[in-house]
Design a binder for this molecule. Structure first.
Ligand code: ADP
Ligand code: MG
Length: 637
């Protein structure tokens, strides 16, 4: 049988291109990637061998071997792990098949600089070999199978696969080093790289270049070692290994729980958000081990979805080894471990929030939106999670806790006021906030879609209900303070004013079918108009979110209430016009009604309903506001 030729998936080519051109400063990490793969391959086979011991009976000691051939200029990394068969090879070394890679691929921009940063977060894995080699061979044999295969590529678009021979199971990666990469043939250099990046690997990495084999790493899994023997650098490298990531950990949490259940946890919180944070599967990435044997990195039930930003390992002493992955998820002991992990993580977050507010802000900006999912998903920890939550408010740039907010509520303020939208800066300029600002009442600026879910679920905090400033029935009069102390009387007068009554009636008629109601506002101080939700109606922003996610019937839209500011000069003049009941004013009033509604919609971030009509009315109003030209602009006078 001759070699078959395959082409790489387009995205692999893109990756290889970037690898070849841009990653020079870190090229030694190719070895970390290959050793990491070898170690994963051993982990996977060790797990299979629990139920099928025959798979490793001929060679039970796992190890990774490094050898060089100086004459040929090759470096080999060999493992006796699970190996790959023909289809594994095509799938694994021809595509980017990792979990989360879809997100990665969708974000590749083609701009080498940007893609580099992405890769920095994501890692190049096996393809890193092409940073130092102009030809890579992989000879591999899957455990339990007899056929071996050789995969070869120069990293330029294609690879070949052909039958080969290999005495035992496992994979050997042979790098034909580029002319100026011969430093990777030297024992001292290799030893240094292994110590630096791969010391935490739990199986021996053996150098077979000298008189007798030498083990280069400590060969015990990092989390099994005493904390005092582990340097920050080692934690960091381990984090890179388990997390498939290259930033620094924002938090490192390493502890052994003893008692009814014994387990060791080594968990990290990243300092920059992983790419798949908002992927719909909301998968956790913490690896589960049982007595040092890797079980799965996808154990539902080990970590709640709202802590899916955690990376690391949990190694249990008690869970049984010989049950299926699916069975673990139903083991009540797993739920107990989870409760313990959640408690410890929230404890640590609490300490950071209290003692290192600035660092906590960085965490919150990355993961606050994820953590808040727990407020409605984890009833048991609801209060703690609310306590850990931070908010932007109209009071300033910093982040505020709900306790701080409630502590400084105004006298007579009965509710925690909120406003929702996409972006805090724009929200803080919303007309609906004018009355609150005038009174000095603080409002939470909510910009995470998840806020639409946990707030209704919680309802109130410290006995104060949450209330949207865009909801019906806002009454600011009861609240002390502000420049509008005597507003109560003016408002009573406004309500009785026949002119204003005529105006709301005329506007209501002109906008029939487009608004639910037109009424005088008690929350506007500067703007002429704003839109608010009617009694019992869906929140305006929530409806927009649902529409964006196609969760609403097409065409379905709740009619809103148009509030007009009785103190605004424009509204006063229009009121005079409405009261005069002169027919000449009707057309102007109708145009004004539509323009006021469109203006309110624009401020709300909604499109105007009839752009052509909007343009025509605006032009006509502008035209009427300008003086007639003294001499005709055109013509032949
Ligand atoms: P990752 O390790 O993140 O999955 P890599 O690019 O490093 O991504 O490797 C791609 C895939 O190739 C691995 O997921 C694995 O299936 C396969 N692979 C790589 N090296 C080995 C090896 N030494 N033994 C078995 N499979 C391997
Ligand atoms: Mg890898």
């Amino acid at each position: 049988m001759t070699a078959e030729t395959f082409t790489f998936q387009t995205e692999v080519n893109r990756l290889l291109d970037i690898v070849a051109h841009s990653l020079y400063s870190h090229k030694e990490i190719f070895l970390r990637e290959l050793i990491s793969n070898a170690s994963d391959a051993c982990d996977r086979l060790r797990y299979l061998a629990i139920t099928e011991p025959g798979l490793i009976a001929d060679d039970p000691e796992f190890r990774i071997r490094l050898t060089v051939d100086k004459a040929a200029g090759t470096l080999s990394v060999a493992d006796n792990g699970i190996g790959m068969n023909h289809s594994d090879l095509i799938e694994s070394l021809g595509t980017i098949a990792r979990s989360g890679s879809q997100v990665f691929l969708s974000q590749l921009s083609g701009d080498a600089r940007k893609d580099m940063t992405l890769i920095g977060q994501f890692g190049v894995g096996f393809y890193a070999a092409f940073m130092v080699a102009d030809r890579v061979e992989v000879v591999t044999r899957r455990a339990g199978e007899t056929d071996a295969w050789q995969w070869v590529s120069d990293g330029k678009g294609a690879f070949t696969i052909e039958p080969a021979t290999r005495p035992g199971r496992g994979t050997t990666v042979i790098l034909h080093l580029k002319q100026d990469e011969k430093e990777f043939l030297e024992e001292s250099r290799l030893r240094q790289i292994v110590r630096r990046y791969s010391d935490h690997i739990g199986i021996p990495i053996v150098w077979e270049g000298g008189e007798k084999p030498a083990t280069l790493n400590a060969a015990s899994s990092l989390w099994t070692r005493p904390k005092k023997d582990i340097t920050e650098e080692q934690y960091k490298e381990f984090y890179h290994h388990v997390g498939h990531t290259f930033d620094d950990p924002w938090l490192t949490l390493h502890y052994a729980a003893e008692g009814v259940l014994s387990y060791t946890a080594l968990l990290f919180i990243p300092s920059s958000p992983p790419l798949d944070m908002f992927h719909p599967d909301r998968k956790s990435h913490v690896k589960l081990y049982v007595r040092r044997v890797f079980i799965t990195d996808d154990c539902e039930g080990l970590i709640p979805a709202y802590l899916r930003f955690l990376r690391g390992v949990v190694d249990s002493e008690d869970l049984p080894l010989n049950i299926s992955r699916e069975m673990f998820q139903r083991d009540p002991r797993l739920a107990r471990i989870r409760a313990g992990l959640v408690k410890r993580v929230l404890d640590e977050l609490g300490k950071k929030a209290e003692n290192e507010a600035e660092a906590y802000t960085a965490f919150w900006n990355n993961f606050g939106a994820v953590l808040k999912e727990g407020i409605y998903e984890d009833f048991e920890n609801r209060d703690r999670l609310i306590g850990l939550s931070r908010f932007r408010t109209t009071a300033g740039d910093g982040l505020v806790s709900l306790d701080t907010y409630v502590d400084r509520m105004k006298e007579g303020q009965g509710a925690i006021y909120t406003i929702n939208g996409e972006e805090a800066e724009a929200l803080s300029r919303s007309p609906q906030l004018e009355g609150f600002k005038a009174k000095g009442v603080e409002v939470l600026l909510l910009t995470d879609p998840v806020d639409e879910f946990w707030i209704p679920a919680v309802g109130r905090y410290r006995d104060k209900p949450f209330k949207s400033v865009a909801a019906a029935g806002i009454d600011l009069d009861a609240i002390a303070g502000g420049e509008t102390e005597d507003k109560g009387e003016t408002e009573a007068a406004d309500a009785d004013s026949p002119e204003l009554a005529a105006l709301t009636k005329a506007l209501g008629e002109a906008l029939a079918g487009q608004v639910k109601e037109v009424r005088l506002s008690r929350r506007l101080t500067e703007s002429a108009v704003c839109l608010v939700a009617g009694e019992g109606d869906m929140d305006i922003y929530l409806e927009r979110l649902l529409r964006q996610h196609h969760k609403l019937e097409p065409g379905m839209a709740t009619l809103r209430v148009l509030e007009v500011n009785p103190g605004h000069p424009l509204i006063r003049r229009l009121a005079g016009l409405a009261a005069a009941e002169a027919d000449a004013g009707r057309g102007v009033l109708a145009d004004a009604a539509h323009l006021l509604l469109d203006q309110a919609r624009i401020v709300e971030g909604e499109p105007v309903s009839d752009p052509t009509g909007f343009a025509r009315r605006l032009a006509s109003v502008l035209e009427n506001s300008l003086p007639e030209p003294a001499t005709p602009a055109t013509g032949d006078a």
